[in-house]
Design a protein around this ligand. Structure first.
Ligand SMILES: Nc1ncnc2c1ncn2[C@@H]1O[C@H](COP(=O)(O)OP(=O)(O)O)[C@@H](O)[C@H]1O
Ligand SMILES: [Mg+2]
Length: 220
């Protein structure tokens, strides 16, 4: 059964002469445990699609169904809680909380949900990402690549059913990129997680089970 379904998604910005059809009738299905990459050039609509799939923004029309639930029917706190339980996001801009430590950032979604941190699992994630010496540091003291690794650790820590990642290796060197993708792939299979990863890099896209190509707001 598909865990993630998008039906006829459209997202239009602006109007008249400034109308941008960021997504123009995108439909897709992702199976539980599948690792899908979305590839396309800059401005093709990748981030917009990921935001719609994760319920971070409303489509102009169409719907997104996660685990049999039409998320357009969820509002406010309900949407927020549903998202936190089901989805781990890795944003292009990291979105770390600046005032708290790396460790607290990584475990924040788990604690917000009132769940217990699986310390052994989180340690494994931290070690794989090479963050063991940075746990007490605040994000501003880290490089871009290190902040990206914290964002990845945070998304993995709660073992969400779905991981949505926007260029998760965009700021990493090629060795770290491969390590991170290896980790995503391994934990994904181990916990039967569904991963949707945006990239503009063909080589990285190939590491997924399936690649979806997007151009000008369409799947091609
Ligand atoms: N908030 C917004 N307001 C207006 N236009 C937007 C907005 N977000 C994205 N766009 C436009 O939508 C198109 C797709 O953007 P985006 O999804 O960010 O592409 P990608 O992630 O593939 O680079 C681009 O033309 C972009 O300029
Ligand atoms: Mg983008």
């Amino acid at each position: 059964m598909s865990i993630l379904v998008a039906k006829h998604l459209k997202k239009y910005y602006g109007e008249g002469e400034t109308l941008v059809k960021a997504l123009d009738d995108v439909s897709l299905q992702v199976e539980r445990g599948e690792f899908v990459s979305i590839i396309g050039t800059s401005g093709s609509g990748k981030s917009t699609l990921l935001h719609m799939l994760g319920g971070l923004d409303n489509p102009t029309s169409g719907k997104v169904i996660i685990d049999d639930k039409d998320i357009s029917g969820l509002k406010g706190d309900k949407l927020c809680i549903f998202r936190r339980r089901k989805i781990g996001f890795i944003f292009q801009s990291f979105n770390l909380v600046p005032s708290i430590s790396v460790y607290d950032n990584i475990t924040l979604p788990i604690r917000l949900d009132g769940k217990k941190v699986d310390k052994a699992f989180v340690k494994n994630v931290i070690d794989t990402l090479g963050l063991e010496n940075k746990l007490d540091t605040i994000p501003a003291k880290l490089s871009g690549g290190q902040q990206q690794r914290v964002a990845i650790a945070r998304a993995l820590a709660s073992k969400p059913a779905i991981i949505l990642a926007d260029e998760p290796t965009g700021n990493l060197d090629s060795k770290t990129s491969l390590d991170v993708l290896g980790l995503l792939g391994t934990t994904g299979k181990k916990f039967n997680q569904t991963i949707v990863m945006i990239t503009h890099n063909d080589e990285i896209a190939q590491m997924a089970d399936r690649t979806i190509r997007i151009e000008d707001g369409h799947i091609v």
